[in-house]
Write a protein of this length. Structure first.
Ligand SMILES: Nc1ncnc2c1ncn2[C@@H]1O[C@H](COP(=O)(O)OP(=O)(O)OP(=O)(O)O)[C@@H](O)[C@H]1O
Length: 604
């Protein structure tokens, strides 16, 4: 397998990585983690010092008890309260210091994790928005939602508690080991022996859980994808009554998720009691061996008590550390996926040294342009086309002919695979993105309205537009009348009940948006065939206003639109097979005159 297959989101669907590919993915995650943690390095350093002191203070407890019992009590019998008093004060002090520092550590790590998560969340949003349409057309919305939700949650879980517990756990085990060996080496040796079954059990758990956790993640991701897909396509679901089969499929997925989780729980069902058992047996052995040695006079009673307390405490973080492994696994997988998305390069990159175009005339030229999507099949074979400034072009052709593809090239959603596409003589790839967006606007079929008011939605065309400008734009395209009729006029929330607008009205709002943007080139995917006649007339009038004084390319679905065009391009299988004025083409005998005839028939 070539290395290139795992770059970006390429390896997401695979789990048969070679060693080199795994390394590549791991390095990518590590790089991302490094770049996220770098700004937090001062806090991290303080946090490390704080947790070391706080754990040491907490581990001091049993040793002080041993001192109190073995030295304090005998001294007290001879009326010397000093050693016991010292032990008591020290115990209290270490307790307080340990607690205060622990609180500080918790706050510090929470701050770090918040900062890291916020940074990551922003990066994912900025990146997914920056990625070209090509990425979004293949990477499903369910997957992109998973990146921003469940993946970030997995990382949050790890940062919020997992890492704290791991660091505290490891330090505590280390300090306890040292304390135990310095107090009573025999108990220390028993603890080391106990490490053997502990390591075996943990290793067994790790190996088993790795596959199982991966299974729970993939099954839960499938659930999300199915859910998002169904809800995005809810209209088609309702129209074709696919609820039943969707339910059945979803049930199957839920069952898969449940059984994966059940297997994880069963695994914990063996691991947890196993840990407790090893802990208890070790404590019993330490107590038993210690008791004999106390009787022999080798060990003081206080030391034995401390040894038992230490042994007990040694096992306390084990369960949490095993859980850490769980959250670490999900977080690592999440980070791998997120780093893949962040590594993706936009297929339509911004120019490195952009050319400014202050005011565009709107002249478009395709010079020997060829285009194929990622799969390599040539959709638009090499062609040359000149669109003079100010011309209104109707693009017609049967479905799949390549009309939308041509439109997507003009608005630079994609770049040509060969040849050059220029605006006023400048290669679109060289044009400053902000100038490009100002000069060329595409109104898509969906006429998408974002949450917010009608006014907000129109203002998208020109951020910061005044209310007068917004109303003027609405008036120009004939949208003013219906907007004034909405419950709150321009302030009506388009997503609230009562604010719902019809397809034609949505189209008008998007026209007002485009009018306000006032681009030199307007590209319009005209999908208004379903409108009723009055709405159609309204939209038609709006269109006339919208198109005047600019270059316009309309994917025309209606005869009335073609009539207002200066020029018609007929496309077939990616080629422009006819090019002329509507009148000339109708008079001819080509594809368009047939199309025109059948349109006419459909009107009578
Ligand atoms: N993202 C894509 N990846 C691969 N192939 C694509 C993609 N989008 C479109 N195509 C293919 O490109 C060809 C042209 O599609 P295009 O959408 O441009 O046609 P169209 O003329 O606009 O059709 P319609 O009128 O149905 O919208 C079709 O064969 C289609 O299958």
């Amino acid at each position: 397998m070539s290395q290139a297959t795992v770059s970006g989101v390429g390896g997401e669907e695979r789990n048969d990585f070679t060693a080199a590919e795994s390394r590549q993915i791991r390095e990518r995650s590590t790089r991302l983690l490094g770049s996220l943690l770098r700004p937090e390095r001062t806090r991290l350093l303080i946090g490390l010092v704080v947790v070391v002191i706080s754990t040491a203070a907490q581990v001091a407890g049993p040793a002080l008890i041993a001192f109190g019992i073995d030295s304090g009590l005998p001294a007290l019998l001879s009326n010397d309260w000093m050693p016991l008093g010292l032990a008591g004060v020290a115990y209290l002090l270490t307790g307080v210091v340990g607690a205060v520092l622990m609180a500080w550590f918790t706050v510090l790590t929470a701050r770090i994790s918040q900062a890291v998560l916020l940074d990551l969340r922003k990066r994912v949003f900025v990146q997914t928005q920056k990625l070209s349409l090509e990425f979004h057309e293949t990477y499903t919305s369910g997957r992109i939602i998973s990146r921003q939700t469940s993946d970030l949650d997995a990382i949050r879980e790890l940062l919020d508690s997992g890492i704290n517990q791991l660091v505290q756990g490891l330090l505590s085990m280390l300090f306890i080991g040292i304390a135990l060996f310095s107090l009573d080496w025999a108990s220390g040796v028993i603890l080391v022996v106990a490490l053997v079954p502990l390591v075996i059990l943990t290793r067994w758990f790790q190996l088993r859980s790795q596959t199982l956790f991966r299974l729970t993640r993939t099954t839960s991701a499938k659930l999300i994808v199915k859910f998002v897909e169904t809800m995005t396509g809810i209209r088609a679901v309702k129209a074709f009554r696919t609820e039943k089969s969707n339910n059945a499929e979803f049930e199957g997925l839920v069952e898969g998720y449940r059984s994966a989780n059940a297997r994880v729980i069963r695994l914990f069902g063996i691991f947890d009691p196993g840990l407790v058992l090893i802990g208890n047996v070790t404590v019993a052995v330490v107590l038993l061996v210690g008791a004999f040695r106390v009787i022999d006079g080798h060990v003081a009673i206080g030391v034995l008590l401390a040894a038992v307390l230490y042994t007990r405490r040694f096992f306390d973080p084990m369960e949490e550390m095993a859980m850490f492994y769980n959250s670490y696994q999900s977080a690592a997988a999440a980070l791998e996926k997120i780093s893949g998305v962040l590594e993706e390069k936009p297929s339509v990159p911004d120019p490195t040294s952009p050319i400014d175009l202050w005011s565009s005339k709107g002249e478009l030229t395709f010079d020997d342009v060829e285009f194929s999507y990622q799969n390599g099949r040539v959709v638009l074979p090499s062609f040359t086309l000149h669109i003079p400034a100010g011309q209104t072009i109707a693009l017609v052709g049967s479905t799949g002919a390549g009309k939308s593809t041509l439109a997507k090239l003009m608005s630079r959603f994609y770049d040509p695979t060969q040849g050059i596409l220029t605006l006023d003589g400048i290669d679109l790839r060289q044009l400053h993105p902000k100038d490009l967006r100002r000069a060329i606007v595409m109104v898509t079929q969906e006429a998408y309205l974002f949450s917010g008011t009608v006014a907000d939605n129109i203002a998208i065309g020109k951020p910061g537009a005044s209310r007068d400008e917004i109303v003027a734009a609405a008036k120009a395209v004939g949208a003013d009348a219906f907007i004034e009729g909405l419950p709150n006029g321009y302030e009506t929330d388009v997503n609230k009940r009562g604010g719902r607008v019809s397809a034609g009205q949505r189209q008008l709002i998007s026209f007002a948006r485009a009018f306000l943007a006032d681009p030199a080139v307007l590209i319009l995917d005209e999908a208004t065939a379903s409108l009723d006649i009055p709405s159609e007339r309204l939209v038609q009038d709006a269109l006339q206003t919208l198109l005047s004084d600019r270059t316009a390319v309309i994917i025309a679905h209606r005869l009335s639109t073609v009539a207002i065009a200066d020029r018609v391009l007929v496309m077939e299988q990616g080629r422009i097979i006819e090019d002329g004025t509507p009148a000339d083409l109708i008079a001819g005998t080509g594809r368009f005159s047939q199309l025109h005839a059948s349109w006419r028939e459909s009107l009578v």
